[in-house]
Design a protein. Structure first.
Length: 458
């Protein structure tokens, strides 16, 4: 009816109106509304609309203030040092204090703070975990298999236990008499260039470059590369020259690289097979001479600082152990090689020391005692952490921090069969000066948060 239609239209105009309508009829009986009532209805509608607008304006203003606060904090986090922005665990540790109670805490916001590239992919994390737990995994596997061979008959059957024991006995005998680590190892080009190592490279990431891009490294020469600093595990040396994950062959075409490491590593079953396929050799003088004697186009990569230098590896430091390494320079002169200094910015930033171990402390005295007794001392380090703990003691997985490896110009060494101390000191001074030039040229760019200059402390 007309009356119902009129009521419907009134409700659409002011659905919140609760008072009853006053109806009037004209001469024909059609319901009408007085002018005063219509004005009251319109006034009420305007009042409700204004109230709603004020509510929306208050909400918008509150959200704008919240966003401005977050943007300011975002700028503060972005201004943090390069090491906190690059290390995802350290960055998250700082960010959680800012955004713990925020409703806007999301992955997108994390990417804005620490960069998309700083969020590691699952594959990179998996590869890194496998690589840095590989040694303990191989040691555990060796113990477990040996136990099953000796006492595993109730678990795997007597036949399987005896068969496993025979296989392990043959393998252990092979390890005992094998001297591949002293005779150029058993490198596999396909294994060295596997995608596995490229994922490890991207975790940090690791970058390789020359100090002078125009410098050439002819393949008809022999080379010794000195890698500095040692760090805790020499990650940059492994990724660049052992695993060939940074296009080393593009920068040095025709040159084969052999990484030198402790002979004890080649006594660990299964782990030694990985090292040998990567072209690793024993760091003994005879092994180095053998590889260099194989002819031109071969390069041995050595970390002269060794275990002693690892004890001084801490974030921001640049302390090297080099003055005592006369044997390194003696071999270079005896073989007449091109000696190449290398400095990796970021190597010392991967692992903080778990305890203060400066010279004279109790921890340092214990470490130096074992260093003298067995030739090696394990640093007490911290690896990557999580939200509640930015660094976990003993965790072998390193923090994420860029490693920029800079290769200096080669130093041509005269071939001297019996070099004197004066010859060795002269080459040592030339080599240290070259290292200082690399550090001076690139430190401000690649190590802006360093706590000390380059120092030769031993």
């Amino acid at each position: 009816s007309d009356k119902c239609s009129f009521y419907y239209l009134r409700c659409r105009r002011n659905p919140s109106a609760s008072r009853p309508l006053a109806w009037h009829s004209d001469d024909t009986g059609t319901p009408t509304m007085s002018a005063e009532e219509d004005a009251d209805a319109v006034t009420q509608e305007l009042s409700d609309a204004r109230a709603r607008i004020r509510e929306l304006e208050a909400v918008v203003e509150a959200r704008e203030q919240k966003l401005a606060t977050l943007e300011k904090k975002l700028g503060d986090v972005s201004a943090q040092s390069a090491w906190h922005r690059a290390d995802v665990y350290g960055a998250l540790h700082h960010i959680q204090d800012y955004y713990r109670d925020s409703e806007l805490f999301s992955r997108g916001l994390l990417e804005r703070v620490i960069g998309t590239d700083s969020l590691p992919k699952k594959r990179q994390l998996t590869v890194t975990a496998i690589m840095f737990f590989l040694l303990p995994i191989c040691m555990f596997l060796t113990v477990a298999l040996t136990y099953l061979a000796a006492f595993g008959a109730p678990y795997i059957g007597s036949t399987a236990s005896r068969t496993l024991g025979a296989v392990l006995a043959v393998y252990y005998a092979y390890i005992y008499q094998d001297n591949s680590a002293a005779r150029g190892s058993l490198p596999s080009a396909r294994f060295k260039s596997s995608w596995f190592w490229r994922q490890l490279r991207e975790y940090f990431p690791v970058v390789l470059r020359k100090a002078n891009e125009s410098t050439q490294f002819p393949a008809d020469k022999k080379y010794m590369f000195g890698y500095h600093p040692h760090g805790i595990i020499s990650v940059g040396c492994f990724v660049n020259f052992v695993a060939d994950a940074t296009e080393t062959q593009r920068l040095f075409p025709g040159i084969s690289f052999f990484g030198a490491t402790l002979a004890a590593n080649f006594k660990v079953p299964f782990f030694r097979e990985v090292l040998l396929r990567l072209g690793c050799i024993s760091v003994s003088a005879s092994s180095i001479r053998y590889v260099l004697g194989m002819g031109p186009g071969n390069a041995v990569v050595i970390v002269p600082g060794g275990a002693a230098e690892a004890l001084d590896a801490r974030p921001g430091s640049n302390d090297l152990t080099l003055q005592r390494r006369s044997g390194f320079f003696r071999i270079a002169l005896q073989q007449g090689v091109h000696l190449v200094p290398i400095y990796s910015f970021g190597e010392n930033d991967l692992y903080p020391q778990a305890f203060r171990n400066e010279s004279g402390t109790f921890v340092r005295r214990v470490q130096e005692f074992w260093l003298k007794k067995i030739g090696y001392a394990t640093p007490y380090f911290c690896g990557s952490g999580a939200f509640c703990m930015p660094a976990i003691p003993g965790n072998p997985i390193p923090r994420r921090h860029p490693i920029i490896t800079v290769i200096g110009d080669p130093i041509e060494c005269p071939k001297i069969e019996h070099p004197t101390e004066a010859d060795i000191e002269k080459l040592k001074v030339q080599y240290i000066n070259s290292l200082n030039n690399i550090f001076t040229q690139f430190a401000d760019e690649y190590a802006p948060d360093r706590k000390s200059p380059l120092r030769i402390i031993k």
